[in-house]
Design a protein around this ligand. Structure first.
Ligand code: SAH
Length: 220
């Protein structure tokens, strides 16, 4: 593929936002250098695509900040062989990054228009290891479970029990849990049936809306 004019911006992003803040895993760094983040936002936002903040993707949703994508991916401790579940496909950027670091990515998005647009983009860019389903992702993806890793890119008031059930032995779940405006990023590990939780720090995500997340806001 022809080198894109954003390559320099992407390298600067990786050096100043990702490596400088402590992300070390080579595969994650390489994926962040490779995925053309600008193509995952509206062309009017291309100039900001490599900046240190989230950007709007329509329907009140956002593409996560680059650092958060790298940090969450590293937190999953992927080696390349894993089956990963992502909740909240959104722009597809996190899914594209995950697909370069894991074997297969199953991603669930609740807003059909976003899911359809993202499917087309991922096809065009050849991210064929990502499978998208339109559904309430708080129920996980039972038919494809268990998953070696689960990453939730929207914030939940509590950990949906479904994710613990669908996590494989030794599996890792990374999920923002907390209130509407600020959450704690948790890594939950399942070992010999036992669940352990670690806090990875504060964060801010859009709401996970569904049966085991936040309830849908009333319109009007
Ligand atoms: N990973 C995305 C981040 C998107 S923002 C990216 O890289 O761009 C979070 C997404 O989660 C939004 O698109 C939102 O519609 C979706 N979402 C919220 N609740 C959901 C649910 N219950 N199931 C699936 N997707 C959900």
């Amino acid at each position: 593929m022809q080198k894109d004019i954003y390559e320099r911006a992407r390298r600067t992003m990786v050096e100043t936002q990702i490596i400088a803040r402590g992300v070390r895993q080579k595969e994650v760094i390489d994926a962040m250098l490779e995925v053309p983040r600008h193509l995952f936002v509206d062309d009017g936002l291309w100039g900001q695509a490599y900046s240190d903040y989230p950007l709007p993707i329509g329907e009140g949703q956002t593409i996560s900040q680059p650092f958060m994508v790298a940090f969450m991916t590293e937190a999953l401790k992927l080696t390349g062989t894993e089956k990963v579940l992502e909740i909240g496909t959104g722009s597809g950027y996190q899914a594209a990054v995950l697909s370069l670091v894991a074997a297969r990515v199953f991603s669930v998005e609740r807003i059909p228009s976003i899911a359809t647009r993202t499917r087309k983009l991922l096809d065009k860019l050849n991210y064929s290891k990502v499978i998208i389903k339109i559904d309430d992702g708080t129920s996980g993806w039972a038919e494809e479970s268990p998953f070696d890793a689960i990453v939730v890119t929207a914030a939940s008031p509590e950990i949906p029990p479904t994710y613990l059930e669908q996590l494989a032995e030794g599996g890792r779940l990374v999920i923002p849990v907390g209130g509407e405006f600020v959450q704690d990023l948790l890594r939950v590990t399942k070992k010999r049936g036992k669940i352990t939780r670690e806090s990875l720090g504060g964060c801010r995500f859009v709401k996970l809306i569904g049966r085991y997340g936040w309830q849908q806001e009333k319109s009007g």
